[in-house]
Write a protein that binds this ligand. Structure first.
Ligand code: B12
Ligand code: SF4
Ligand code: SF4
Length: 342
């Protein structure tokens, strides 16, 4: 077997759903698009995107010795309708990616296992493993390796897994034969663009993160801008609307990875979530990506959902939080009270 066949077979054995190869260079176009994104301020408060621009723009900007990249995907396809809870307004909608165990942990563990196997197999050739948080353009790299194409919602769409694929990479000094890129199969479709509740796409293939509910609920610190509060509905962590709209999901299969199965109720009652103090929040979300945003940002999001619930039974819950020690929580609580009293 060739080195790429060996590595691919080992990756699949370790539980990856797809593994493909590309060279450690991206076309100048990827850099130009990243620049345009940052120049437009579309990254909002994610200052780390700006500060590590050079490393992100080009794989060798991060690691000059890199020759090839192994791009890996893990299918997290939900076995339920991720949008079903949007109409259950006294309950929370939590995006599919955050229902199970934190994918960073699952992916990192497998990347390290593959890396260790490669170090043995290829006599200590240096390599580095990455998932999400490193300054790596994961989607353009995966598209170049042919895992799928960047759809108009900007995420990677796969013919086999639809929109539900986590990405990770191994940069290596090995010179591996590259796979062919996948071509764009969006055609005239614009279902994802039309599905967005906050009009976060200024144009196909371009996202303004400042308008995206995923950004607002996970990355944004401080009060949620008023113009987006209504549109958020009961989405308290991330958003799946554009991903779920994609017709390519009809070929997707539910993930076989038990660690991505929902750890608790898919759509928990807002009253239950609003009652969490710091210790309870951390205990409930141990091992989940949700833990990262901390209790205050989480309760802020829950209060926006309460304000949108039209459920008068949640009024005392919101009133209680008007006295919260965190000013952002207290402000969101006051807004929720106002909405429910109107
Ligand atoms: C910052 C970030 C966010 C930000 C900004 C998202 C964004 N689209 O940039 C926010 C917080 C909003 C976010 C949200 C989500 N994220 Co996110 N995020 C990232 C992160 C850390 C960096 C992405 C980045 O570099 N953005 C900068 C822009 C410039 O890059 P880009 O999107 O690739 O932009 C390209 C296009 O605009 C394109 N382009 C421009 N014009 C044109 C024209 C044509 C014709 C074409 C083809 C392309 C094109 O060129 C640009 C550069 O290549 C990556 C992890 C990583 N290290 O890559 C995860 C990542 C992209 N996120 C991921 C996920 C799962 C999500 C959510 C689905 C989570 C959720 N359910 O809430 C949402 C999806 C929202 C959406 N529609 O994108 C996954 C996506 C997996 C996949 N299959 O693609 C990643 C890869 C993490 C991972 N390791 O799995 N995320
Ligand atoms: S994740 Fe939600 S808010 Fe963000 S672009 Fe997609 S549909 Fe719009
Ligand atoms: S919904 Fe349509 S336009 Fe959007 S990514 Fe899927 S195929 Fe492309």
């Amino acid at each position: 077997m060739s080195p790429t066949e060996l590595i691919r077979a080992e990756a699949l054995r370790l539980g990856f759903d797809i593994a493909r190869f590309t060279q450690a260079t991206l076309p100048a176009q990827a850099r130009a698009r990243l620049d345009a994104f940052l120049e437009a301020g579309a990254h909002g408060g994610m200052a780390w995107m700006e500060t590590r621009r050079e490393q992100r723009a080009q794989p060798r900007g991060l690691w000059p010795e890199a020759v090839s990249i192994i791009s890996l995907g893990l299918n997290y396809g939900p076995d339920y309708d991720p949008l079903a809870s949007l109409s259950q307004r006294s309950r929370a909608t939590i995006s599919a990616y955050a229902q199970g165990r934190d994918y960073h942990d699952v992916m990192k563990k497998r990347l390290k296992a593959l890396g260790q196997w490669m170090a043995r197999e290829f006599r200590g050739q240096p390599l580095k493993v990455f998932v999400d948080t490193a300054p790596v353009m994961e989607k353009p790299i995966a598209a170049q390796a042919g895992l799928g194409w960047q759809g108009k919602h900007t995420n990677l769409v796969s013919r086999a897994h639809g929109s539900w694929l986590f990405l990770g990479e191994i940069y290596t000094t090995l010179d591996l034969a590259p796979d062919a890129p996948e071509s764009d199969h969006c055609g005239s479709c614009r279902a994802c663009l039309d599905a967005c509740p906050t009009a976060a796409f200024p144009a196909p293939y371009r996202l303004d993160a400042r308008r995206c509910i995923s950004y607002l609920t996970i990355e944004h610190h401080g009060p949620i801008p008023h113009e987006f509060r209504r549109a958020m509905g009961n989405r308290i962590y991330g958003c799946d609307d554009c991903l779920a709209a994609c017709p390519w999901n009809k070929f997707a299969r539910a993930s076989a990875e038990m660690q991505f199965s929902p750890r608790a109720e898919v759509a928990p009652p807002l009253a239950e979530l609003a009652a969490l103090d710091d210790a309870q929040f951390r205990a409930r979300h141990a091992g989940s990506p949700i833990k990262r945003i901390g209790r205050n940002r989480f309760i802020r999001n829950v209060l926006i959902a309460i304000g949108n619930s039209a459920d008068a039974a949640l009024l005392p819950v919101a009133r209680r939080l008007c006295e919260d020690a965190d000013p952002v929580v207290a402000e969101a609580a006051a807004w929720a009270v106002e909405q429910l009293s109107a």
